[in-house]
Design a binder for this molecule. Structure first.
Ligand code: TRP
Ligand code: ZN
Length: 898
């Protein structure tokens, strides 16, 4: 029988320093897939800053204990149990040698040491090191490591670990060894090893201080032709961190290794980053523009962790956002700088828009459900469940707010002080905030609430213009919506919200800004108001005409803004706002409002209609040649179905789908000639380039193609899409064409062209797993019809020989794409989607709990849905709750049902 006791809750308030410290670790591995022997020699001493303990308690999971020695002599006072090792009456300062055995071949969790494609890899964050050897596996225990790897030379010619290679050589019986040393103290979660048949591209670069660095990207031999972009991204990351933050690479050698079985995106192990192949491998034929951009971002992210995460690490896992929020902020700024430099605001805005879209769709939803938690959580059951949108994306917004408050230079001063104070330490989010505050001479006590308060704040805005006095007052009030019960429970008082605002005149230009009490207007027509009270009024003076407010420019805080714009005002902002982010935002507000009205009608069976003025507003964007293609693509993309459903009083995916499709069809038919012109004008002939300009052209053209797929008469679109499919010299265009063919087939029946393209795609890319992932995903997210519900396609694909539940990328490409990215089909009234979900969560739970828990989350908002769907979802959740074993999935489903 499954253990039904409530799993243990770990609380932030219970933090205590470790009773012992470990200063050095010498690891010896005899690598054999089914039976790897690990000998671990540690220098251990009592922690002078902790209370006395008679026992040394080490963590260990799935290990076979072999022996223990203290100072070279067998030690008998040792007890091995299911979760670790207890050593009684140990000395104050000693050498401890432990030997244990693990089984990488059978390790399907992809945590600890495992085998993938015949090679060995490790993943230790957050608590995987204890699956390799017994240890104080917590981030405030930092040690220097030397690692000796021994393995069969023919099967595992390459042996890698953190830091610098000390020596390598042959051993008897066809075996060989390599010895590595990492000169920097690190927590165990940053340990890594790799062994197997891999090859590397190499570059030698000079760092800022003139030292030569060896850079390597290690892959399987057949993937060497897909490493250029990752290497370029690494070189750009190194340069950027030097220029923007004065941070230099501290090792002589920096390695990236790609592995196809991986739970997340990538891992920042010291000097030996291990990546999901998805975030390394790219060439024009196999990877889309989005893939290229993601690779740049993730390579940057992991590289930037070397300082924000590795040199300064987290004291405990509640501080995860200390490294993740900060490093996401750094990778977002890196990508923005790569796209637009420091000054091209329009180009930077496209990156900002993409990031905010993710935040609002994913993080706001998380904050409105049972997994809502502050950026620095108060408790967890399984830490792997807290690598969340809140910790990463909202955490990044919190870091961004310091920069918005203090400017780039003030932020840099704070970062400098942070490293000056804490290099080599394991610290907390408070330490970071204090460094920012002290460097800028500010008290940031109130800002702490951003770390401890769950839920999405709402800022409602009232404005008043006094024509006689030429005064314009803006009253802001902050609070939490009805739904955010988690927020109300933890509410601690008002937040410090940097609220950027501009005032727009009748002609569309920004008006000068002068606050009451100021001697004159400032040069800047955007002002960051420091909004610190529950309700606060800011009065602008010498306002010659009634302005239109541009609120929360560049999304200066992760909040929801409520203001009663009329449709005409939104159309005006969409045409004129000087802040590119808010220009986009105006279009989204306009579209969201229309779509929600239509969804409400669709839910009750009322016929749908769309005002011509909305079509006209979108037509102006489409034909405005002064806007970049990348921006136009973003502005013309409607809010996603998931986001829209979330905004309804009761989520109704079918109604949202009907409304959104109605608008897409209407825009397609009404603007047909414009869409066709865009397809003609934004082709990118010649050799593929992954530049922002070229990908902007492709994005706009392919969006046009996707609208054209909605036309009542499909013939012309099918011809265009089929031609683009056949002629494509890059994956962006080929996948977009295939997707358009699938949409058109679903809308109009038939679909011989779509099937032909699907078959061709499979045959063409049979040997490219990442492309076959796309083949599965495209089919899982396709639109269905009554005659051909997508669940039937998905179930059939589950039996496809290329499907493999053990490979997370493949599982995600089919199962997650269907359950999380095809809401209209997943939430079928007959409950078929939920039954499928329950089966797959249960199946994955036995293989890989981390991945299973992610899938489990796709039902967490069940209470917000319409009654029939709610019942079906609850039944599925209860079924899963009754059967799953892992702590990971249990935490998710129990919180959902609570
Ligand atoms: N630290 C990694 C990152 O954000 C995240 C990560 C990679 C991870 N693999 C993991 C977290 C496995 C938990 C489990 O860059
Ligand atoms: Zn990270």
């Amino acid at each position: 029988m499954a253990d039904t006791a409530t799993p243990n809750v770990i609380r932030r308030a219970d933090y205590a320093p470790p009773a012992f410290l470990i200063d050095t670790v010498a690891l010896e591995f005899d690598l054999v897939p089914e039976r790897t022997i690990v000998k671990n020699t540690m220098r251990v001493r009592r922690n002078p800053d902790a209370s006395h303990a008679t026992q040394l308690a080490l963590m260990g999971e799935q290990l076979e204990f072999v022996s223990a020695e203290i100072d070279g002599k067998p030690f008998a006072n040792v007890h091995a149990h299911e979760h670790g090792l207890l050593l009684d009456h140990v000395p104050d300062d000693f050498e401890l040698t432990l030997t244990s055995v693990c089984n990488p071949a059978e390790n399907t969790t992809l945590s600890g040491l495992y085998v993938s494609g015949g090679n060995f890899f490790t993943q230790c964050e957050a608590e995987g090191f204890r699956r390799i050897t017994y240890f104080l596996d917590r981030p405030d225990v930092m040690a220097t490591y030397t690692v000796t790897l021994r393995a069969d030379k023919a099967d595992y010619p390459v042996l890698l670990s953190n830091g610098n290679l000390l020596e390598e050589g042959d051993l008897p019986d066809g075996r060989h060894f390599a010895r590595w040393e990492d000169p920097f103290r690190k927590p165990s979660y940053l340990f890594a090893l790799v062994a197997g048949k891999l090859v590397a591209v190499e570059e030698r670069v000079k760092s800022g201080s003139g030292k030569e660095k060896l850079l390597q990207v290690w892959v399987e031999p057949h993937d060497l032709d897909k490493t250029r972009h990752a290497m370029d991204s690494l070189i750009n990351s190194i340069r950027w961190d030097e220029e923007r933050f004065g941070l230099e690479l501290d090792l002589d050698r920096f390695m990236i290794v790609a592995v196809s079985d991986f739970n997340m995106g990538a891992m920042e192990n010291k000097g030996l980053n291990i990546f999901n192949t998805k975030y390394v491998l790219a060439n024009p034929e196999t990877a889309t523009d989005t893939d290229f951009a993601n690779i740049e971002a993730v390579v940057g992210h992991e590289y930037f962790h070397n300082w924000t995460g590795n040199r300064v690490t987290c004291r405990d896992w509640f501080q995860l956002s200390l490294k993740e929020g900060l490093t996401v902020f750094r990778d977002q700024e890196f990508s923005a700088d790569m796209a637009g430099g420091a000054t091209d605001e329009a180009a930077r805005a496209t990156k900002r828009i993409e990031d905010v879209r993710v935040l609002r769709q994913m993080q706001f939803a998380e904050d409105a459900g049972p997994m809502a938690h502050p950026v620095r959580p108060e408790s967890y059951v399984e830490i792997n469940n807290f690598y969340t949108m809140t910790v990463y994306e909202k955490g990044s917004e919190v870091v961004r707010m310091y920069q918005t408050l203090f400017g780039r230079d003030g932020f840099r001063k704070g970062m400098d002080l942070y490293f000056q104070r804490h290099d080599g330490q394991a610290v907390t989010c408070d330490d970071f905030r204090h460094a920012l505050a002290d460097a800028n001479g500010r008290d940031l006590a109130q800002f702490e609430r951003w770390y401890s308060q769950a839920g999405t704040p709402r800022v409602s805005v009232r404005t008043r213009y006094d024509a006689a006095q030429q005064r314009y007052s803006v009253t802001l009030s902050q609070g939490y919506g009805e739904a955010a019960s988690a927020a109300r429970e933890t509410q601690k008082g008002p937040l410090l919200i940097p609220f950027a605002i501009g005032l727009i005149g009748r002609e569309g230009a920004d008006l000068p800004l002068q606050l009451d009490g100021e001697a004159q207007a400032s040069d800047n027509t955007t002002r960051v108001l420091e909004f610190t009270q529950t309700e606060q009024t800011f009065t602008f003076v010498n306002v010659a005409q009634e302005p239109l407010p541009s609120l929360l420019r560049n999304f200066s805080a992760p909040v929801i803004v409520e203001y009663d714009y009329s449709a005409d005002q939104l159309a005006f902002l969409l045409a004129h706002d000087n802040d590119p982010f808010n220009r986009w935002e105006a279009g989204q507000r306009l579209a969201t409002r229309e779509l929600l009205t239509l969804a409400a009608r669709a839910a009750t069976g009322v016929p749908l209609q769309l005002d011509d003025s909305v079509v006209a507003a979108f037509a102006r964007v489409l034909t405005d040649e002064t806007l970049s293609p990348a921006f136009r693509e973003l502005a013309l993309m409607l809010p996603s179905e998931a986001y829209l459903a979330e905004q309804m009083p009761e989520s109704n995916p079918a109604a949202v789908h009907a409304a959104r499709q109605f608008v897409r069809k209407r825009l397609a038919n009404a603007l047909k000639s414009d869409w066709l012109k865009v397809v003609e004008q934004h082709r990118t002939p010649g050799a593929y380039e992954a530049t922002p300009e070229a990908s902007g052209h492709r994005a706009l053209k392919n969006l046009a193609l996707s609208y054209l797929a909605e036309l009542d008469d499909p013939a012309e679109t099918v011809r265009l899409a089929a031609a683009q499919y056949d002629a494509a010299n890059n994956m962006t265009d080929r996948a977009a064409a295939l997707s358009a063919l699938l949409s058109s087939a679903a809308a109009n029946g038939g679909g011989a062209d779509a099937q032909r393209a699907l078959d061709d795609f499979y045959r063409r890319f049979e040997k490219e797993p990442l492309v076959i992932d796309k083949w599965f995903a495209l089919q899982a997210v396709q639109r269905g019809s009554a005659q051909r519900p997508v669940i039937d396609v998905v179930r059939k694909l589950m039996a496809h020989p290329a499907f493999n539940l053990k490979n997370p990328n493949r599982a995600r490409s089919l199962i997650f794409s269907f359950c999380a990215a095809n809401p209209a089909q997943f939430h079928a009234e007959d409950g078929s989607g939920y039954a499928f979900w329950a089966e797959q969560v249960i199946a994955l739970d036995a293989i890989n709990p981390q991945v299973a828990a992610r899938l489990a989350r796709s039902l967490e908002l069940w209470r917000r849905f319409t009654p029939t769907l709610r019942d079906g979802m609850r039944a599925a959740l209860e079924k899963v709750a009754a059967q799953v074993k892992s702590r990971d999935v249990r935490e998710i489903v129990e919180k959902a049902l609570a």
